[in-house]
Design a protein around this ligand. Structure first.
Ligand SMILES: Cc1ncc(COP(=O)(O)OP(=O)(O)O)c(N)n1
Ligand SMILES: Cc1nc(C(=O)O)sc1CCOP(=O)(O)O
Ligand SMILES: [Mg+2]
Length: 234
């Protein structure tokens, strides 16, 4: 899939995103919740309320607790896994293939420096959901597809306080991807109910969101309800 391909070869049409309309035949775009950077023991209730605000909308939850000891992450994970399992929400571990295995998680999200998707597949098995960060790179996305990823993540689409980011893709990368490949795409980075529309229209299969949900002044459930109301989400 990746032979002789260079991202710089592609002539980008800056108007593409504005003209792109989500194909009605596509499945609706789902929400992929990313945990806050730190959580306490009560977070299971918060997570349950957020998911229950729009049944069926939240497809996945990623436990992303950067820099925390894995034993502590494992302790915190158990009640969150139960919340996810009872609601058919995939429980994804960030960064660590080993922790995903230990927790028998539904999958793992790997950045470019976090390990090889092929190794993850070997350890976690055929059913595991393996996601790969691809920044703004068509090349990385095709490489991830070749390596057996279950989704490719592009971002950061908007400025975010959650993570220092270097890459700023255009929404059109989502349209380009979905036109050529079946593999689902995830859009991430500073996404809110107010700025999500172009990403949904361009063809994102999932919106990965942290701050806009957990920091919403009206509460996480209200934020999820606002995402649910957007055209193309469901
Ligand atoms: C769905 C999703 N997309 C991208 C990322 C970022 O992963 P990475 O580049 O490894 O950065 P960290 O999240 O580990 O700081 C993600 N976690 N989830
Ligand atoms: C974890 C992460 N990865 C990104 C990337 O660009 O790869 S942006 C990001 C932060 C996502 O949180 P929020 O919704 O608060 O911006
Ligand atoms: Mg990572």
């Amino acid at each position: 899939m990746t032979d002789d391909f260079d991202d710089d070869d592609l002539t980008l049409d800056p108007g593409f995103a504005d003209r792109f309309e989500r194909d009605d035949r596509r499945p609706p775009c789902k929400l992929y919740l990313i945990s806050p950077p730190a959580i306490d023991a009560d977070f299971a209730e918060t997570l349950a309320a957020a998911i229950d605000a729009a049944p069926g909308l939240v497809a996945a939850f990623q436990l992303r607790l950067k820099g925390m000891d894995e034993h502590r992450i494992a302790e915190l994970a158990r009640p969150l896994q139960a919340v996810c399992a009872s609601r058919e929400v995939a429980f994804i571990v960030n960064d660590s293939i080993g922790l995903a295995k230990r927790l028998d998680a539904d999958g793992v999200h790997l950045g470019q420096e976090d390990g090889d998707p092929r190794e993850a597949r070997q350890l976690l098995g055929a059913k595991a959901q393996i996601g790969v960060t691809c920044h703004d790179s068509r090349h990385l996305a095709m490489e991830a597809g070749d390596a057996g990823a279950d989704y490719v993540a592009f971002g950061a689409f908007y400025p975010t306080d959650t993570k220092e980011t270097e890459h700023r893709p255009e929404p059109s990368i989502l349209g380009w991807w979905s036109t050529l490949f079946e593999l689902p795409s995830v859009a991430i980075g500073g996404i809110t109910p107010d700025n999500a529309a172009p990403l949904i229209a361009a063809g994102a299969d999932f919106l990965a969101v942290s701050g806009a949900v957990w920091n919403d002044p009206a509460g996480p459930a209200a934020a999820v309800s606002r995402f649910a109301a957007l055209q193309g989400m469901g």
